[in-house]
Design a binder for this molecule. Sequence first.
Ligand code: ZN
Length: 190
Amino acid sequence: MKLILINKDNPIPENYCPNLMDIGGGYSLEKNAALSMKAMICAAAAEGICLRVFSAYRSIAYQKGLFDESTDKYMFRGMSYEKAAELTAQSIAVPGYSEHNAGLAADISSMDWQGDISEEFENTPEFAWLQKNAHRFGYILRYPKGKEHITGIIYEPWHYRYVGAKHAGCINRLGLTLEEYMQMHRACSC
Ligand code: ZN
């Protein structure tokens, strides 16, 4: 699988068209990401850890709805559109610039999580399990704590990006963000 970088400076490539597969609960992901997610959920369940996907593939139209809803909220408080959009983009990607639009990312919480997701998710056994095991299933914690200046996104202990087990293993071992890893990868062409 060719690794693609999607962030505020890199939109989803125009020719990219995800082959979507259902993962249950009304969610879908790109086929390889979906198969790995299902395997990961089963492996976690076998250890008594109940993972719950609460967002996966999102169409561009859906992403636009989320983005607009957030900017409207800020503007209602008196902010200019520019400022509202800038603040929104720290947690909700501009449509076409989200890994969710590519079917390569999933937001995960625990089965018994109540209310909106927050940083507190990092204190759950589910997060601890993901920290230890997600890379084995090709997933990385995409927006780690302390790397906000590189990813441009707030710390999101719930957002996991599928990159395949080989890359995920390396990224995990080296403690890098995808931005840093891809830069290194280009440099050594390994
Ligand atoms: Zn997400």
